[in-house]
Design a protein around this ligand. Structure first.
Ligand code: HEC
Ligand code: HEC
Ligand code: HEC
Ligand code: HEC
Ligand code: HEC
Ligand code: HEC
Ligand code: HEC
Length: 402
C-alpha cells in the first residue's frame, strides 16, 4: 500500500529539548514526594472537579502504555513504518507488552518497549522508553490528523533510538519525576517515583497536609494548606500558565522547582522568548501570542478569562464566544463592528474570524516526496481580524434568502 511508504516527520521543538538548566546549582527536588497524595485522594470532597479533570488534556498528557492510551494501530498492515523498503519499524502488541522493532533487510535489529505515552493525542503522541534510569524517545510517534504512525519530532528520516528526554520536557508534561544520580547528563530519573499527567497537585501543590486537615475538620467550609488561585494577582495567574504555555523559556533553576504563585522570572529567563509577529511558535506559546493582542493590552485578562481549566472545552465555540461577549457586549459600542452578519449570527462564532486555526510553526510533518513539511493546526492567540478567515466563514454559513 502506497500510503505506508509515506514518510512522516514531526519536526517539533528541538530547541525545547536542549535548553535545560546548567548543572551549577545543587539539584533539589521540588518537594518531598511523600507530601503528594495523587488525585484520587481529592475525589471524595471535590467530585465534580475530579470527574471533569479525567477528560482534560492536562490529565491525559502523559500515561502508561495500554491499548487505549496509545492511539496508533497495532493491526497488521497498519503497524509498519517504512523509512525505505529495506528499513522499517514494526509496532507490536504481545499480550499488552507494546514495542517497536527495527528491521533491516528483513532482519530484526533492535526492539524497545513503549514505557510512557506523551501527548493526549489531540494533535499527536511521542513514546518514551527506559534505558536504565534515563528516558529515551522512541523513533516512531503518532499523528492524529492523518491517523498514522509518524517519524518522531525533529528526527531526520532515519530511525533514532538514543534521543534523551530532559527534565524540562517531563516538567511540562507530568506532575513530577524524581531525579536520581543528579551529577549525570543527560538526566536520570527514578523508575518508580513519578506521577504522570498534569494532576491536581501540579497546579495546587502537594496535597497531603490539606487532605489530612480537611478530613479532621469536616465541619470547616474553607480550605487550608493548598494553593488557591483566588487571591493571585494577574501576573501570578499568567506566570503559572506561562511556565508551560510560554514557549522556549530558558531555565535558571532545575526542573520541577517552579510552583504556582511564584515569580516566573526567578525560574526562567523570560526575555529568552522572542516576541515575533504572527505566525508565532505554537508548541506552547499561547502567552506570547495573546500578549500582542489589544484585548490583552487594554484589559486585565488572563488565560482564566476564557479557559475553565479543569474541563475539556475543545470545540465549544459558542461557549468561548460568550466569554468574548463579557467584554464585547452585544448592543454596545464594543461589540463586533462587522455589518454583513446579524448579531445572532456573529454571536455563534467569534473565534473563526478573530482567533482562527492557523499553521503551527513548530508542529509540522514531512510527507515523503514533498519539499515542505505539512503543519498541524492551532488556534492563534493573537486576537485580531483575519480577513481570509472572514471570507471563508461567510462562504461556509447558510445566508438568509432575503
Ligand atoms: C476531606 C475533604 C477534602 C479533601 C480530601 C480535599 N479537599 Fe480540597 N477542600 C476541601 C474543603 C472543605 C475546601 C473548602 C471549600 C471549597 O473551596 O470547596 C477545599 C478547598 C480546596 C481548594 C480551593 C481553595 C480556594 O479557596 O480556592 C482547592 C484548590 C482544593 N481544595 C484542592 C484539593 C486537592 C488538590 C485535593 C487532593 C489532593 C483536595 N482538595 C482534597 C475539602 C477537601
Ligand atoms: C492545570 C492546572 C490545574 C489542575 C490540573 C487542577 N486545577 Fe484546580 N484550579 C486551577 C485553577 C487555575 C483554578 C482557579 C480557577 C478560576 O479561578 O477560574 C482552580 C480552582 C480549583 C478549585 C476552586 C474552585 C472550583 O472550581 O471549585 C478547586 C476546589 C480545585 N481547583 C480543585 C482541583 C482538583 C481536585 C483537581 C484535580 C482533580 C484540580 N483542581 C486540578 C488549576 C488546576
Ligand atoms: C505543567 C505544565 C502546564 C501548566 C502549568 C499549564 N498547562 Fe495547559 N497544557 C499543558 C500541556 C502539556 C498541554 C497539552 C496536553 C495534551 O494534549 O497532551 C496543555 C493543554 C492545555 C489546553 C488544551 C489544549 C488542547 O489541545 O485542547 C488548555 C486550554 C490549557 N492547557 C490551558 C492552560 C491554562 C489556562 C493554564 C494555567 C491555568 C495551563 N494550561 C497550565 C501544560 C501545562
Ligand atoms: C514549555 C513546555 C513544554 C515543553 C518543554 C514540551 N512541551 Fe510538549 N506540549 C506543550 C504544550 C503546551 C502542548 C500543547 C500544544 C501547544 O500548545 O503547542 C504540547 C504538546 C505536545 C504534544 C502533542 C499533544 C497533543 O496531542 O496535542 C506532544 C506529543 C508533546 N508535546 C511532546 C513533548 C515532548 C516529547 C517534549 C520533550 C522533548 C515536549 N513536548 C516538550 C508544552 C511543552
Ligand atoms: C477582558 C475583556 C475582553 C475579552 C474577554 C475579550 N476582549 Fe477583545 N478587546 C478588549 C479590549 C479592551 C479591546 C480594545 C478596545 C477595542 O477595540 O474594543 C479589545 C479588542 C478586540 C478586537 C480588535 C483587535 C484589533 O487588533 O483591532 C477584536 C477583534 C476583539 N477584541 C475580539 C475579541 C474576541 C473574539 C474575544 C473572545 C475570543 C475577545 N475579544 C475577548 C477586551 C476583551
Ligand atoms: C480571549 C479568550 C482566550 C484567552 C484569554 C486565552 N485563550 Fe486559549 N483558547 C481560546 C479559544 C477560543 C481556543 C479554541 C478552543 C476550541 O475551539 O477548541 C483556545 C485554545 C487554547 C488551547 C488549545 C490549542 C489550540 O490552539 O487549539 C490552548 C493550549 C490554550 N488555548 C491555552 C491558553 C493559554 C495558556 C492562555 C493564556 C496565556 C489562553 N489560552 C488564553 C480562547 C482564549
Ligand atoms: C464573519 C466574521 C466575523 C465574526 C463571526 C465576528 N467578527 Fe468581529 N469583526 C469582523 C470584521 C471583518 C471586523 C472589522 C469590521 C470592519 O472594519 O468593518 C470585526 C470587528 C470586530 C471588533 C472591532 C475591532 C476594531 O477595529 O476595534 C471587535 C471588538 C469584534 N469584531 C469582536 C467580535 C466578537 C466579540 C464576535 C463574536 C460575538 C465577533 N467579532 C464575530 C469579523 C467577524
Amino acid at each position: 500500500m502506497n500510503s505506508r511508504l509515506i514518510l512522516l516527520t514531526l519536526l517539533v521543538f528541538d530547541g525545547l529539548l536542549l535548553r535545560c538548566a546548567r548543572p551549577t546549582e545543587k539539584e533539589q527536588q521540588t518537594s518531598d514526594e511523600s507530601l503528594y497524595t495523587g488525585s484520587i485522594a481529592c475525589k471524595n470532597c471535590h467530585e465534580r472537579v475530579y470527574q471533569d479533570h479525567l477528560s482534560a488534556p492536562h490529565h491525559l498528557t502523559s500515561q502508561l502504555p495500554n491499548s487505549v492510551s496509545i492511539k496508533g494501530s497495532f493491526e497488521e498492515e497498519n503497524n509498519i513504518f517504512f523509512y525505505s523498503p529495506q528499513l522499517y519499524v514494526v509496532m507490536s502488541n504481545a499480550h499488552n507488552i507494546f514495542s517497536q522493532s527495527l528491521y533491516s533487510h528483513g532482519k530484526k535489529v533492535k526492539t524497545k518497549s513503549f514505557d510512557l505515552v506523551f501527548g493526549s493525542g489531540v494533535r499527536g503522541q511521542t513514546y518514551l522508553t527506559w534505558q536504565d534510569s534515563s528516558l529515551l524517545q522512541l523513533p516512531i510517534g503518532y499523528l492524529t490528523s492523518v491517523n498514522m504512525w509518524a517519524n518522531s519530532p525533529g528526527f531526520s528520516n532515519r530511525p533514532i533510538f538514543n534521543r534523551p528526554i530532559t527534565g524540562r520536557c517531563l516538567e511540562c508534561h507530568s506532575t513530577f519525576f524524581k531525579k536520581v544520580l543528579p551529577e549525570k547528563r543527560p538526566e536520570h530519573f527514578s523508575k518508580k517515583n513519578f506521577m504522570l499527567g498534569i494532576e491536581c497537585e501540579k497546579c495546587h501543590g502537594a496535597g497531603k497536609k490539606h487532605v489530612d486537615f480537611q478530613q479532621e475538620n469536616r465541619q470547616l467550609k474553607e480550605g487550608k494548606y493548598i494553593i488557591s488561585f483566588k487571591n493571585f494577582s494577574q501576573k501570578q495567574q499568567l506566570d503559572f500558565c506561562r511556565s508551560c504555555h510560554g514557549g522556549k523559556l530558558i531555565a535558571k533553576k532545575p526542573p520541577f522547582t517552579f510552583k504556582a504563585g511564584s515569580d516566573l522570572n526567578e525560574f526562567f529567563n523570560t526575555d529568552s522568548v522572542k516576541t515575533l509577529a504572527t505566525p508565532l511558535d505554537s508548541h506552547g506559546n499561547q502567552y506570547g501570542m495573546l500578549s500582542q493582542s489589544k484585548c490583552f493590552l487594554q484589559s486585565n485578562m488572563t488565560c482564566l478569562t476564557c479557559h475553565q481549566v479543569h474541563e475539556n472545552e475543545k470545540g465549544k465555540t459558542e461557549v468561548f464566544s460568550k466569554r468574548c461577549m463579557n467584554c464585547h457586549t452585544s448592543g454596545t459600542k464594543s461589540f463586533c463592528s462587522f455589518k454583513k452578519l446579524t448579531t445572532t449570527q456573529l454571536q455563534q462564532n467569534c473565534i473563526q474570524c478573530h482567533m482562527p486555526e492557523k499553521n503551527s510553526n513548530s508542529i509540522r510533518m514531512l510527507l515523503q516526496g514533498e519539499d515542505a513539511p505539512t503543519p498541524a493546526r492551532m488556534h492563534v492567540h493573537h486576537i485580531t481580524t483575519y480577513p481570509d478567515e472572514v471570507v471563508k466563514y461567510l462562504q461556509s454559513i447558510p445566508m438568509s434568502k432575503d
